[in-house]
Write a protein that binds this ligand. Sequence first.
Ligand SMILES: [Zn+2]
Length: 282
Amino acid sequence: MTKTLLVRLSAAVLASFGAWMAYTQNPQTPPELKLEKITDDLYNISGDGGNVAAYLTNDGVIIIDDKFERDHADIVAKVKSISDKPIKYVLNTHQHGDHTGGNEKLLGSAEIIAHKNARANMVQGKMPGLPRVSFTDETEVFLGGKEVRAHYFGRGHTNGDAVIHFPALRVIHTGDLFVTGTPFIDYSAGGSAVEWTRTLDEVLKWDFDTVIPGHGAISKREDLVKWRNGFEAMRNRITSMVREGKIKDDVVKTLTGEFGWNANPNGLAMRSVDALIAELKR
Ligand SMILES: [Zn+2]
């Protein structure tokens, strides 16, 4: 594929993804969010967009991701209910609008940090709320005597997924590198099914027990291992299918029937099947 064609193709996928985000960003009636305690100083805010972790310190609150713009007021209210300190830092796990939608409203009072590629993806998608700080391999935030690490382990959901570690708590937030449902390989943003499990293998070298997925219920290390193995089984199965020359319909049938992928033809999972086949054919 020529470079121009690839660029044009990426732009088209990005444009349709933008339309999806505009649809899901409908400002009417934001659903009510749910606050869950993980430890005395770490909470998860679930519902609507991606999971938002809130780490409380005596000098301020560090949050991971900030859902859609429409969830901003509820996120701030939930944080207020557990801390009298302001949100000082936001770490974005990646650029998608259900994880960075609140950025713009938080930029006036908080520092927002994302991986260099995630920020570049936001620039390319003309997304609001660009982080003022980016990193390549790893960055750490130290606040009120506590520490949070953000590390880039390689491609997977996108080419800029940061995995967040709360070392003192043995907890990680994976962003969408781990979701408790169908994975979405965002090829328009450099995602890769081939590299995804290698990236997770690096994550699993970290010391942790509890996992906050990008979407879904709080999980254990074993759940992440199981999901990673399921992903690998899916990839191996689809790789042999495409190498045997099976057509897209067969691949879709296998993904939905055997691997429980969301069959909605307009859903993100189904819209990534062509690019998945192309990647696995190589
Ligand atoms: Zn995502």
